[in-house]
Ligand binder design. Structure first.
Ligand code: SF4
Length: 692
């Protein structure tokens, strides 16, 4: 028997981007383990990816191209050859591309985070056509935009420093489920005496293990940050020297923060005055005493109307107290902006003859149903879906389904499994998993460039996304040389910017080692140098003013809350959030039996008082509904959900859920204050018991 160990990288939408070691015995992957030498992975993987071989060799893997023979959504398909599939697709796309190229729409996100199997050859293909551009907003854009206005980009505290923090505020995230290797460091900090505080409407697994949990109302994080600023300023818990040298707009901020007394803050956030004052005193007091204080904020805070502003306000706090002076201080939302990628070259934006219209992936429900108009342009006639499962993950799911049900819409889905979305495809093309192709990765949690080697041959007739788009390009008659680039050639240019060369970057060497750290200072903003227009942390942002936004930190209330829409709240009095279930990653892994069994069945956590008020007992089946739709699942009465809040851990495949529906039946297509992003956690519902 020949045994080899192949270096790989986790492709999933998780900040940890683990380095993997794949054991291959006689051409079969028998184990996927964490690389013990990679500093952030440290030999440990989450449960989900420890089961990656189960997923790769799953009996339901798509192994051949398929053509739909049933109704859309019915899931009936017949096997066809690659030649047939490519011929059908080219025959449908060519006339549209000649007549109205923008009627063709790519739809993709982070099913893989890989630079190569993500947006490389696919972008070249769509750019050559002149297809609609896709605004990839569904996860992070609100927060990324608010963060960028404030500190200049997706950069911040190095993950490898958090174990040295003395106060860690975990704001709007559940790292045990979705940022495990940060959590390892947080626990190390705790062992060394650090205090851990979770800010989250829900008492998540992480919040349960912190010293303190502040359970604010969903969508009020921006107000809490303003209240903290108020107390920091009022009690002079500030780093005046840091503010004077490295920030912009303190005097204006002072006036704004003066409006946010602890009383107003507490009332807005549904917490106590003491929680506001004590947190500010702890944070500012420790910073003043020279202790490293850090905030790990995550995307939970920004899935509401004011999500961009919430992250902006949080990102102001470290500069007020001088937390950036320490390597283990500051804030991290994402490290993705630290990487020297070369997307224009990878994606060949120069192939565009003109800039096409842009369609926001968050509003795919409305946009698939939109007729042609002068404002919108042509109706969407063809969608090519890859690395995404919009039927399960996009908001306002009933509209998304109705869009994909359109008989005149031609839908192609590149997939590893027959997902909810694949059921609506005209043609399904089998795609490889991470063990079967090569890729290059950045991370949004750490600072390592990563390489993924193919460990095994493609399963069945599955092909990497890149190869599928190469073949499609050839069928469409595109003979540009760029469609001949191999995956290795693509990977070699993925990081080939000046900064990467300065690091001595070499793709072949990266493939051998698996990972290489960027050359970043340990305390990146100890002496300012923020990548903002002013080079300072911008409490006041002229760019925001130019963009029609409030240039100062502010509170943008939710669309749907008792305070902002009492009439709606009278009908739908419960706020619903749908954060990630521990054993799923978005909608990936829901079909892996062992992980689905660990998760049990779809359930809704609700406070016992809310259950009692509705005659709902623990374990009852309940219907969650609002004007957009409804779904059914099992109630769990628990004080993990504060009164007035219900929590539906997600994202279940609809066809594997109780009534063929999931939490996105009730979420909306309303967009955030900045970044054009979704407002999944800005959702009012009512819940009723379903009679047996
Ligand atoms: S999902 Fe996250 S924690 Fe799990 S292996 Fe991938 S990168 Fe690591």
């Amino acid at each position: 028997m020949t045994t080899t160990y192949v270096r790989a990288a986790c492709p999933l939408d998780c900040p940890d981007t683990c380095a993997l070691l794949v054991t291959v015995e006689d051409g079969v992957a028998t184990a996927v383990k964490g690389d013990p030498d990679h500093p952030t992975t440290a030999g440990v993987l989450c449960t989900k990816v420890s089961r990656y071989t189960e997923r790769t060799y799953h009996e339901d893997r798509l192994l051949h191209p398929l053509r739909r023979v049933g109704k859309k959504g019915e899931g009936k398909f017949e096997r066809i050859s690659w030649d047939q599939a490519l011929d059908i697709i080219a025959a449908r796309l060519k006339p549209i591309a000649e007549r109205a190229p923008e009627a063709i729409l790519p739809y993709s996100y982070c099913g893989t985070m890989g630079l190569i199997q993500g947006e490389s050859m696919s972008s070249r293909f769509f750019n050559k056509i002149g297809a609609s551009l896709l605004d990839r907003t569904i996860c992070a854009m609100a927060g990324a935009t608010g963060y960028r206005y404030t500190i200049g980009g997706s950069v911040g505290t190095d993950m490898e420093q958090f174990q040295n923090s003395k106060l860690l505020i975990i704001w709007g995230g559940n790292p045990i489920a979705s940022n495990l290797h940060f959590w390892t460091r947080a626990q190390e900090a705790k062992r060394h005496g650090a205090k851990l505080i979770a800010i989250d409407p829900y008492r998540s697994l992480t919040a349960e293990k912190c010293h303190q949990h502040i359970a604010l109302l969903p969508g009020t994080d921006a107000a809490l940050a303003l209240g903290l600023m108020h107390v920091l300023i009022r009690e002079d818990l500030l780093d005046h020297d840091y503010i004077a040298q490295y920030t912009l707009g303190f005097e204006q901020l002072k006036q704004r923060a003066a409006e946010w007394t602890p009383e107003r803050t507490a009332q807005t956030c549904g917490i106590t005055v003491d929680e506001v004052v004590d947190l500010a005193r702890l944070y500012g007091g420790m910073a003043k005493a020279g202790e490293p204080v850090a905030i790990r904020t995550n995307y939970g805070v920004q899935r509401v109307r004011g999500g961009g502003m919430a992250v902006r306000n949080i990102a102001c706090l470290p500069a007020l107290v001088g937390a950036w002076r320490h390597a283990a201080g500051g804030v991290q939302l994402s490290s993705s902006g630290s990487f020297p990628t070369n997307k224009p070259k990878l994606q060949r934006t120069d192939l565009l003859k003109k800039i096409p219209r842009t369609i926001n992936m968050t509003t795919i429900g409305d946009d698939l149903l939109r007729p042609a108009s002068a404002a919108f342009g042509p109706a969407v006639e063809a969608v090519i879906v890859y690395n995404s499962n919009p039927l399960a993950v996009a908001p306002d799911s009933d509209k998304v389904m109705r869009g994909f049900l359109r008989e005149d819409l031609f839908t192609v889905v590149l997939e590893q499994f027959q997902t909810d979305t694949a059921d609506y495809a005209d043609i399904v093309l089998p795609a490889t998993t991470q063990l079967e192709h090569i890729d290059a990765h950045t991370s949004y949690g750490h600072l390592y460039m990563m390489a993924n080697n193919a460990a095994i041959a493609p399963m069945g007739e599955a092909k990497p996304n890149t190869e599928i788009f190469r073949l499609l390009a050839a069928r469409m008659g595109f003979d540009d040389d760029c469609f001949k680039d191999s995956d290795d050639q693509l990977a070699a240019i993925a990081f080939n910017a000046q900064d990467a060369r300065a690091l001595g970057f070499d793709w072949d060497a990266l493939k051998q080692k698996g990972w290489q750290k960027l050359n970043m200072p340990a305390a990146p903003f100890a002496q300012g140098g923020f990548p903002t227009p002013s080079g300072k942390c911008e409490f006041y942002s002229a760019q925001m003013e130019k963009d029609g936004l409030d240039p100062l930190p502010a509170y943008v209330p939710p669309y749907e809350s008792a305070a902002s829409n009492p009439a709606l709240a009278a009908r739908y009095p419960l706020a619903m959030i749908s954060p990630p279930a521990r054993n799923f990653l978005n909608s990936t892994f829901v079909n892996v039996k062992s992980l689905r069994s660990a998760e049990g069945e779809p359930h809704l956590d609700m406070h016992p008082d809310d259950g009692a008020a509705r005659g709902i007992a623990h374990g009852d089946m309940v219907r969650i509904f609002n004007d957009r739709g409804s779904f059914v699942c099992k109630a769990r009465l628990t004080d993990k959900a504060r009164a007035g809040l219900v929590v539906g851990l997600s994202v279940w495949w609809k066809k594997l859920a109780t009534d063929g529906k999931n939490a996105n039946e009730v979420t909306s297509q309303q967009l955030t204050d900045m970044g054009r992003a979704p407002t999944f956690y800005d959702t009012l519902v009512q819940v009723e018991r379903v009679s047996a």
